[in-house]
Design a protein around this ligand. Structure first.
Ligand code: EPZ
Length: 428
């Protein structure tokens, strides 16, 4: 298996280009199925989650070609069967989008219960509530969700709480339905707006994305387009925190600064310098890092997907910080790994109390999920000594060429193959 070996303590400097947004791309790549003609997608991040999406499209009968590693051509017209291959569906959370998309196009869908980062229970009851409101029936047979509708009629959908996936799936299921659908208590993340912009570019009629009320008037036909995916606010935030953690000076390019506002605000509270330009931000830190208290919130609040990374930074800030993350059941599984590096963190329910220490020390650790892995990279970059990170497949689900981008910034990080003990035992 592959590991990252990081020799820490080197300040990051130089420039890094941010890739397309993972959480927009996984939805938009899948949503090409709704189109009545071929599409071209640009700025698609080269990560395993988007690779799985395109594999699913191909296995379902679509023609998928990469004209370069970040540009793909999709012709979905030969897809006949609204069934997603089980083993692929179970590998990521985004496979739930195929429910709304296939329902929207075929009025039926068969998708295995989604997988993805283990952050505790991640039901899809709100997605199902949206489908039911439009006239679909649902059942779960042997772990596969089956939704079916004789017809999809626009309706009011009120989410009991804010859900990114539920909001996106409600748009997918209603975009070709009959009449008006009003989605209330909608999520407002940048990727919600990007998905709506993609669908509208094809001829959909979606208004209000980015607010808590989204109106969708069903249309009959979606034309082929070329569409560029927005930059990844979480990848950008991760490099911002890495620059601060290593007392570096980094220009982070190809970003939308407005999407980074809550991250910028928290870094500034910690004494980090953040300069904003049209399509880039420069992050530098040379003084002491100050403690801060953070509670994750739906956009435009501080994103839960940045909580592990900021917590890693807070482990070397002066004083005691409090981080609250109640978006998921358990988003603190990385804390045990940071403790191996000398971090002083205690977690009680959904609150982490972080007592800053002078320096972390390199140690062998394991990524427990995507953003936990990013936090361990940040910790390793700032620590004294060598950090070895295992299970990096989690990280490579959402970060394009992270080792190469960090080497460009002066980090001493290598991606190495280490034969696991059991494969040696089996003579592997
Ligand atoms: C999306 O997950 C992202 N994943 C997550 O990013 C992100 O953390 C999350 O939104 C919040 O921003 C993708 O876009 C592929 P939710 P999603 O529906 O859609 C509960 C990353 O690191 N809930 O907003 O699953 C749910 O369990 C990943 O890039 C229900 O109970 O998030 C969670 O506790 C991790 N029932 C909360 O709501 C439902 O029907 C928020 O979930 C739906 C959600």
């Amino acid at each position: 298996m592959f590991k990252y070996i990081i020799n820490g303590g080197k300040p990051l400097s130089g420039e890094v280009n941010i890739s397309g947004a993972k959480n927009a791309a996984v939805a938009i790549v899948a949503a090409t199925i709704l189109c009545d003609e071929p599409c071209i997608l640009e700025n698609v991040p080269d990560i395993s989650d988007t690779a799985i999406c395109s594999k699913i499209l191909k296995e379902m009968g679509a023609e998928v070609k990469y004209t370069n590693k970040n540009t793909m051509y999709v012709d979905p017209r030969n897809i006949r069967n609204p069934v997603v291959p089980d083993e692929l569906a179970r590998t990521m959370r985004a496979s739930s989008y195929f429910l709304g998309i296939l329902l929207g196009r075929f009025h039926e869908a068969f998708v295995a219960m989604p997988g993805g980062c283990d952050l505790g229970d991640r039901p899809i009851d709100q997605h199902i509530k949206a489908f039911n409101a439009l006239g679909a029936k649902d059942e779960i047979v042997n772990g596969t969700v089956h939704v079916k509708a004789d017809d999809l009629i626009g309706n009011q959908i009120y989410f009991d709480f804010i859900t990114v996936g539920g909001t996106i799936n409600a748009m997918f299921a209603s975009v070709k339905s009959k009449g008006l659908t009003i989605i209330e208590n909608a999520a407002k993340e940048p990727h919600i707006v990007d998905v709506a912009n993609f669908l509208n570019s094809m001829g959909a009629d979606i208004r209000g994305a980015g607010t808590d009320v989204i109106k969708v008037r069903g249309v009959d036909y979606l034309k082929g387009i070329t569409y560029g995916i927005i930059p990844d606010q979480i990848e950008a935030g991760t490099y911002m925190v890495a620059a601060a953690a290593t007392k570096g000076n980094v220009l982070i390019k190809n970003v939308i600064p407005k999407h980074l506002e809550s991250i910028t605000a928290n870094l500034r509270k910690m004494g980090v310098t953040v300069e904003e330009f049209d399509e880039s931000v420069r992050v530098s830190a040379d003084g002491p890092l100050m403690k801060t208290n953070v509670k994750t919130m739906p956009h435009p609040g501080f994103p839960t997907d940045m909580q592990p990374q900021l917590s890693a930074l807070l482990t070397i800030a002066d004083g005691t910080s409090i981080v609250t993350d109640d978006i998921f059941d358990n988003r603190f599984r990385y804390v045990g790994e940071l403790r191996k590096m000398g971090a002083d963190i205690t977690v009680k329910d959904k609150v982490a109390i972080i007592q800053g220490v002078e320096k972390l020390k390199g140690a062998p650790v394991k990524a427990t999920d995507l953003r936990a892995g990013a936090a361990l990279i940040i910790a390793g970059l700032s620590a004294d000594g060598v950090t070895e990170i295992g299970d990096i497949y989690h990280i490579e689900r959402g970060y394009e060429c992270v080792d190469e981008k960090l080497v460009e910034l002066g980090a001493d990080i290598k991606r190495v193959y280490i034969q696991s003990k059991d494969s040696i035992a089996m003579g592997g």
